[in-house]
Design a protein around this ligand. Structure first.
Ligand code: SF4
Length: 422
């Protein structure tokens, strides 16, 4: 069922405090691929897999025209990001090439607008449609583009259980190869890596390497805290396993509305995948948030900053400061030295996260970053990264100083290759 329109296709992600790609573009709200592990899709009042709403296909073009051709100097935060050409992540909440695209062509219109301004874009998909015309031609016109393919497995029989409506891995690998031959940068995200189900690292990584993939990011499966969640039955049935009990027995930690494996349980797989990726000359991205600093390039886990056109990825965030301070004192000065948009971020956040109204603060980006920085237990604070610990020291500007746990630092030594790309 499809109901028109959804009105905010271009917005700022709630992950702004640690993400190098905070501008999120979606051509559809809701995703008919209905992957069994995609819990975020059914939160916030969304129901399970039934409604897909198309964006106004002319909206992005209107925004670009006013920003780039009409001397629009308005202070809107999204517009400030656009004027600076901070890369857009297209497909953050829904697949741009889901079946609705065959009828509504919103993705095609958005790609036309992006190509007109050669706007740096990271496009995420699990669909073979990306290699069809007119899309492949639009991607070539756009030039400044990285296509990021997501997999839970490179084995068709496994993917068929967990993501039955997206393109099969074998088919998707062929699509990656086609795009790479056409000179389009292709990367992949092993998301989610499903413990005990996904194949060994060597098998997955060698398949990606064989089709021209340049970067592999890894993120472990998260499970929702509510056992009554509508996707629980599907996931458990697909795997023939009780992930809830398994995660509990591994001392899973609560992260917002999800359970995640503890860092120690993830490290062996991270080590194995990073080694396999680097051995083949690709770059590795650590997409589990607490390990983001182990990524080989500066732009969080995405790896896009290695490609021309993506130089203006967003650096004024805590993830970047932790990476920059690997093995050293971590101070807020590492955040504040980078460009930031002015104005209030509050309107992009849910009511519980807003600062204006319930505090004296206006809700600027720095207000939000400092609030997390100075509350070590807050999600996204420096202490949420594995091995980072708060000290009692406060700088003259009133911000906490963090350091590294020396034992953890030693244990991670072989995994961290550089702090390049900052
Ligand atoms: S394709 Fe992506 S957005 Fe759509 S259901 Fe699957 S994981 Fe979620």
């Amino acid at each position: 069922m499809l109901a028109p329109f959804f009105t905010t296709p271009l917005t700022i992600t709630s992950q702004f405090s640690f993400c190098g790609l905070p501008l999120r573009l979606d051509s559809y709200a809701g995703c008919a691929f209905s992957c069994t592990f995609c819990f975020a899709r059914v939160r916030g009042g969304n129901s399970f897999g039934d409604v897909v709403r198309a964006a106004d296909s002319a909206k992005l073009d209107r925004i670009f025209r006013s920003v780039f051709e009409e001397d629009d100097t308005s202070g809107g935060m999204v517009r400030q990001f656009l004027r600076r050409r901070v890369p857009i992540h297209f497909g953050g909440m829904s697949d741009p090439f889901q079946p609705a695209e065959l009828r509504y062509r919103v993705t095609e219109s958005f790609l036309q607008a992006l190509a007109r301004y050669r706007y740096p874009t990271v496009l995420s998909t699990r669909s073979k449609m990306v290699a069809c015309e007119p899309y492949i031609n639009l991607l070539k016109q756009l030039g400044n583009v990285v296509v990021q393919f997501s997999f839970c497995s490179s084995r068709d029989e496994v993917a068929a259980l967990f993501e039955p409506y997206s393109t099969s891995p074998s088919n998707l690998l062929g699509v990656m190869s086609t795009l790479a031959r056409e000179g389009i940068a292709v990367t992949c995200r092993w998301q989610p890596y499903i413990p005990g189900v996904s194949e060994p690292a060597e098998e997955f990584v060698s398949r990606m390497s064989s089709v021209g993939c340049r970067h592999v990011a890894l993120e472990h499966l998260k499970i929702p805290i509510e056992r009554s969640h509508p996707l629980w039955g599907k996931l458990t049935k697909s795997a023939g396993r009780d992930f809830y009990s398994e995660y509990k027995s591994l001392n899973a930690l609560r992260d917002g509305r999800e359970y995640v494996l503890p860092p120690q349980a993830k490290l062996p797989t991270i080590r194995e995948v990073a080694r396999a990726v680097r051995t083949r000359g690709m770059t590795f991205g650590a997409a589990d948030n607490e390990f983001q600093y182990l990524s080989d390039t500066g732009c969080c886990c995405s790896g896009v900053d290695q490609f021309p056109g993506f130089e203006n990825w967003f650096r004024c965030q805590i993830g970047c400061a932790v990476r920059e301070g690997f093995g050293k004192r971590i101070t807020y000065g590492s955040v504040s030295r980078h460009w930031a948009p002015i104005g209030s971020l509050d309107r992009f956040l849910n009511s519980r996260s807003r600062l204006s109204g319930r505090t004296e603060l206006s809700g600027s980006l720095h207000d939000h970053l400092r609030a997390r920085w100075n509350s070590p237990k807050a999600p996204g604070s420096p202490a949420s990264f594995y091995g980072v610990v708060p000290t009692a020291e406060i700088t003259s500007a009133g911000n906490k100083v963090y350091v590294w746990d020396s034992k953890i630092l030693t244990a991670l030594g072989d995994l961290k290759v550089s702090a390049g790309g900052l």
